[in-house]
Ligand binder design. Structure first.
Ligand code: GTP
Ligand code: MG
Length: 605
């Protein structure tokens, strides 16, 4: 029963949480066995293996054994286990630790619609029981059943059950989470999993399987606006195929041939020419958790990290500043003035905490204001700033496109959900660029056709450095050299813009952003024409670079800092300590070759 085979039939995704050793794996094993979802003879095989080894049988072993056979793709794949009842198919996500739990809920194919929380009757409510409950509430999972497990260890005692229920119900109520059921079970004995336990005749509620079938699948995502984070843009030039396939996994909604698609944050748009299924052709693409793609009528540059939407539906939010609720799991505290990586959908951005508004201990629910950092296992309301704009939705529109993870040193250290988009001082420029892209009239000559003709990719070579250094001389030498070897290249002197296009604005520090914006707009047009454009500027800062990146495709910009030292906070692609030397032009040329801007002599296109 692979995902492909169950596509199209009713299915429900569950996540299972709870404190260490409280019995998650045991309950999953039971569910598999009692629903007849195990491969023939598997259970016996594992029981016999345990007997031979002289170890007591554990249901967790059974899951491990199934994991080892992943290649058969039968009931288990990484953290996901599949089983079915008479009513529908289930995907259950088992997460051994906090980080895995968070990762599975936010990334991965996991879109849990309901949750099971397991509590050991003997040990009662523990830290993780509370934290998992909090995470579920934070991530917007509203359907929950609490299983009080190992009832056999407490003699199936009703009082123990009642006490645990009262305690945990009270905790969840503070989060405004109200479980559909509290079920006394024994995973080991199979009590109240699929069949009722006579020793607990005092319990008249549903069994676990009955409760599962009572959960309601989330609003089918097809009724939500279309959302597809762009994972990749594929091209197959070597096959003489000029199509660009925009690929990703659909998070919601439906897409059909002919639909107008708008990409955020760029605002670029086009009409769907074909839908690419990778597995099968389809009349319409619907949210499915599988990789899909489409081609467009128009030739436009789309990048990984954008969010594809339909023009006729609600637009997502776009911002570099946002308010968010964050769940922190890092060993080191989350602190302001430090760079982290934020991953939301396919978008990546460098993130900083601008302000911590409120911090809550996820286990005790105690809240404090005025804190300088967020400790492990705390939840915080923060304002975040990003180094680039990302597109997202708020939970009431689409939960999955508002969830993100935070990475520190290559490890997921936290997760969260966007609560509001805030403005920043570039919001206005971004708005203009969005409109420009939206209104852009695409050329009938494709980017590839131009590249093939000119034997180059367009690029903006930004030469910057201290005032005393002669940047223009280098720019001229570079222009001359590239021209002589056959490139389409242009050095745009600032004066050409200042006294023409910019003649209506002053030349004070305050006007600098507007000068830069206009320069970037001119550059954008020339890049679209396929040109290698060289521009010089005094001491560009990262702030300036950001403005340029908003206006121009950042992948087309090559920044060269000339002279040392580097006197601003800009990050550059190439440092030329001796711009007057013979080698300077060759070094830039080498860099452009490496980046595929200049084709090598034997390259065709
Ligand atoms: P982690 O994945 O390590 O967090 O543990 P888990 O929550 O998956 O627990 P697991 O199912 O591995 O069970 C932990 C221990 O509790 C095992 O030794 C089980 O045999 C035991 N156990 C689980 N359920 C029951 C039960 O209903 N009754 C009894 N007596 N023991 C149980
Ligand atoms: Mg386990």
């Amino acid at each position: 029963m692979t995902l492909e085979r169950i596509a199209g039939m009713e299915r429900l995704s569950l996540v299972i949480g709870g404190h260490v050793d409280h019995g998650k794996s045991t309950i999953i094993g039971r569910l598999l066995a009692d629903t007849g979802s195990l491969p023939e003879g598997k259970l016996l095989q594992v029981r016999h293996a345990c007997e031979r080894a002289g170890t007591p049988f554990e249901w967790a072993f059974l899951l491990d054994a199934l994991k080892d056979e992943q290649s058969q793709g039968i009931t288990i794949d990484s953290a996901r286990v599949f089983f079915r009842t008479a009513k529908r198919h289930y995907i259950i996500i088992d997460a051994p630790g906090h980080i895995e739990f968070l990762r599975n809920m936010i990334t991965g194919a996991a879109r849990a619609e309901a949750a099971l929380l397991v509590i050991d009757a003997n040990e009662g409510v523990q830290e993780n029981t509370r934290r998992h409950g909090y995470m579920m509430s934070l991530l917007g999972i509203r359907q929950l059943a609490v299983l009080i497990n190992k009832m056999d260890l407490v003699g199936f005692d009703r009082d123990v059950f009642d006490r645990t229920v009262v305690e945990y119900r009270g905790f969840l109520a503070q989060l405004d989470v109200h479980p559909e059921a509290f079920i006394p079970v024994s995973g080991r004995e199979g009590s109240n999993i699929a069949t009722r336990e006579e020793a607990m005749s005092w319990y008249t509620g549903p069994t676990v399987l009955e409760q599962l079938d009572r959960f309601v699948p989330e609003t089918p995502p097809v009724e939500k606006p279309y959302r597809m984070p762009v994972q990749d843009v594929y091209r197959f030039p070597q096959l003489g195929d000029n199509r660009r396939i925009v690929a990703g996994t659909i998070e919601g909604g439906v897409l059909r041939v002919g639909d107008e698609v708008v990409f955020y944050p760029s605002g670029k748009r086009g009409h769907v020419r074909t839908l690419e299924g990778f597995n099968r052709p389809a009349a319409a693409q619907v949210a499915s958790g599988e990789a899909t793609g489409f081609t467009l009528e128009e030739q436009i540059y789309v990048q990984r990290g954008e969010l594809a939407t339909r023009a006729t539906e609600a637009a997502p939010l776009v911002a570099t500043r946002l308010k968010a609720s964050i769940f922190w799991l890092g060993r080191r505290p989350l602190v302001p003035r430090k760079d982290y990586l934020l991953k939301l959908g396919s978008a990546r951005a460098t993130m900083r905490v601008e302000e911590i508004h409120r911090v809550v201990d996820a286990s005790t629910l105690e809240g404090v204001a005025g804190r300088r950092q967020v400790e492990r296992h705390e939840v915080a309301e923060c304002t975040l700033t990003l180094d680039r704009a990302i597109a997202f939705d708020l939970p009431d529109r689409c939960v999955t496109t508002g969830r993100f993870v935070i990475v520190e040193d290559y490890e997921i250290c936290g997760g969260g959900i966007a609560q509001a988009a805030l403005t920043d001082h570039h919001s206005e420029v971004r708005q203009r660029v969005f409109l420009r892209n939206y209104k852009w009239e695409p050329s009938s000559i494709s980017i590839e056709q131009r590249a093939e003709r000119y034997r180059q990719q367009p690029a903006l070579v930004l030469i910057t450095g201290e005032k005393e250094i002669d940047r223009k001389a280098l720019a001229r030498r570079l222009e001359r050299h590239l021209f002589e070897i056959g490139n389409v290249v242009y050095f745009l002197g600032i004066g050409n813009v200042l006294y023409g296009l910019d003649s209506d604005i002053e030349r004070t520090a305050e006007d600098r952003p507007e000068h830069l914006r206009r320069l970037a707009e001119v550059a954008n047009v020339m890049l679209n024409a396929g040109v290698i454009l060289i521009v010089t500027a005094v001491e560009l800062t990262s702030e300036d670079a950001e403005l340029l990146r908003i206006t121009i495709d950042s992948s087309l910009i090559e920044t060269v800092w000339v002279g040392s030292p580097v006197t601003t906070d800009i990050s550059y692609d190439l440092l030329l300590e001796d711009p007057e030397g013979e080698e300077a032009v060759q070094q830039i040329k080498h860099r452009l070759r490496e980046r595929g801007v200049l084709f090598r002599p034997w390259q065709v296109g």
